[in-house]
Design a protein around this ligand. Structure first.
Ligand SMILES: Nc1ncnc2c1ncn2[C@@H]1O[C@H](COP(=O)(O)OP(=O)(O)OP(=O)(O)O)[C@@H](O)[C@H]1O
Ligand SMILES: [Mg+2]
Length: 234
């Protein structure tokens, strides 16, 4: 996708899901995991999703992040309905508009912090100079300047989580899907990350969808959803 194509399909507005159903096939039958989930995450806001372990939060985020397809229901990025895009269009939409922080962050262990962050930029064809510049900006936003050259496996769990957040923000996405991004952080670092995401959201119109068990952060978010058994109950 070149720049003009990117602008042409640039989604404008909320990420919305409508009546999503999803199940997994297992040897002894089908497990229904999402049972009609609808929600909206507005630009410039943090939308949190909480609920007990196994209720379907990560599954929902995977569908919103176009990493899997729902059995039925719709996913919108602005006016663009995306769940049925062909594979290559889905990949482009994901790469250009979505940042994903995985629950178990998945950094490349042997690469340094800065190499992990700039990877998505280099993959998109950015030159090394501007990729480094952006990665350095993010490292400093997240208080990790001194760790830039350290391989990921020599970072603490919390530091790795912050690098994963920086990597997800590197492409300046419109939607940031973050699965427990503060799970390994102490309360002051968790609040620091939340403040950073809030600032990014306000400054750039980023829409942040945050899965969190941290009640304080859920309360601080603009919109709070509670899930149980594959449904939004509040
Ligand atoms: N690939 C899969 N195949 C079969 N079942 C799966 C698969 N992925 C998830 N599940 C099941 O779907 C349900 C929802 O899982 P999910 O990971 O979405 O929960 P979660 O709300 O994110 O939980 P946690 O808070 O523990 O991360 C669980 O019962 C899980 O065992
Ligand atoms: Mg999960």
């Amino acid at each position: 996708m070149d720049c003009s194509q990117k602008n042409k399909m640039m989604p404008n507005g909320s990420m919305r899901v409508e009546n999503l159903f999803h199940s997994f096939s297992e040897a002894n039958g089908t497990v229904k995991v999402l049972n009609g989930v609808s929600l909206e995450a507005k630009p410039g806001e943090i939308t949190s999703i909480a609920g007990p372990s196994g209720c379907g939060k990560s599954t929902l985020l995977y569908l919103m992040g176009l990493l899997d397809r729902p059995d039925s229901g719709k996913v919108f990025m602005g006016d663009l309905e995306v769940q049925n895009l062909e594979d290559d269009e889905r990949t482009k939409a994901r790469n250009h508009f979505i940042g994903f922080v995985f629950q178990f962050h998945f950094l490349i262990k042997e690469l340094t912090a800065i190499e992990n962050i700039r990877l998505p930029l280099l993959k998109q064809g950015k030159d090394e100079y501007s990729a480094n510049q952006k990665a350095n900006e993010l490292l400093s936003e997240l208080g990790l300047e001194s760790k830039a050259q350290r391989p990921a496996y020599k970072l603490s769990g919390g530091e790795q989580q912050r690098v994963a957040i920086a990597r997800a923000l590197a492409n300046s996405p419109k939607y940031l899907l973050a699965d427990e991004p503060t799970g390994n952080l102490d309360s002051s670092n968790s609040e620091g990350v939340f403040e950073l995401l809030d600032r990014m959201a306000k400054q750039t119109g980023l829409s942040v969808i945050l899965v969190t068990h941290n009640e304080k952060l859920a309360d601080l978010s603009h919109r709070k959803y509670w899930m149980e058994d594959g449904r939004i109950v509040i």
